[in-house]
Structure formats: structure tokens, C-alpha cells
Design a protein around this ligand. Sequence first.
Ligand SMILES: *[C@@H]1O[C@H](CO)[C@@H](O)[C@H](O)[C@H]1NC(C)=O
Length: 133
Amino acid sequence: MTQPLAFIVLIVAVGICEISYARVMDRPRWIQCQSNSECTPGYCCTIGKQKFSIPQCKLMHDIGDVCRPDGSITLNTTLMYPDGSQIELTEVHDMFCPCGYGLSCDRRDAVCRDPSQERGFNHLPGEAITEDD
Ligand SMILES: *[C@@H]1O[C@H](CO)[C@@H](O)[C@H](O)[C@H]1NC(C)=O
């Protein structure tokens, strides 16, 4: 009666060890993100060009920030690190985040703009927000 139980406990314990080991191999601590959804809202997952670059959550670009008029580049790729870990990335941005929500990249000036405030630059966001007098 106790022997089969001990056997099951052993199997379960080995299984748990294997799962946590696999998870550690799969995702070292220094990896911040493997996709944009892992970053807090307003941030995106980026990867640098250099070898062994580490994916990081970065702030989405705000109004007036430089952006790519030809659209943001996203990558699906697998990174390999010297320690043998392999990290799969899904739709991660190349170096920089795109413009934030509701903003678009101005083709001519290559800066993020709010299309709803397209008429000149007189009305900056925040100006309209004067809650109490
Ligand atoms: C990357 O993968 C996602 C989900 O698997 C897919 O929807 C998307 O089209 C892929 N993008 C590229 C650039 O291959």
C-alpha cells in the first residue's frame, strides 16, 4: 500500500522538477518579454540589432518622438544565447517601439502625431485638460 504511493510521489516530484527546469531553460530571468503582450500597456517588446541582444519592454513613442514613416518592423525569431538558452520571439519590434495608441507616424517629418489634432501644432494635448479653476 505504501510502496505504490511512494512511487507515485516520486514520479510527481520528478515531473515537477523537470517542468521547472524546462521553464528556467526556456526563459532566463534577464529576458523581459517574448511578445508585446508581456509588456505593460503603453510599452512594447523590442530587440536590438547586435548579437545576444536582450529583449526589453520599452515605452511606446509619444507625440513628437521620432518614428519610422515606413511602418514599424516586427520580427518573429528565435534567439540563441551562449548559455544555450533559446528564446522564441513573436512580433517583437526592431529596436524601437512604434507610436503609442491613437498616434500615427507623420510621413514627412517622421515624428508621432495625433491624427485627431492634425490642424497645426497649436493645440497640444494637456492644454484642454484644465479640470478645476
Ligand atoms: C509572426 O507570428 C504571428 C503569430 O504566429 C503571425 O500572426 C505573424 O503573421 C508573424 N509575422 C511575421 C512577420 O512573420
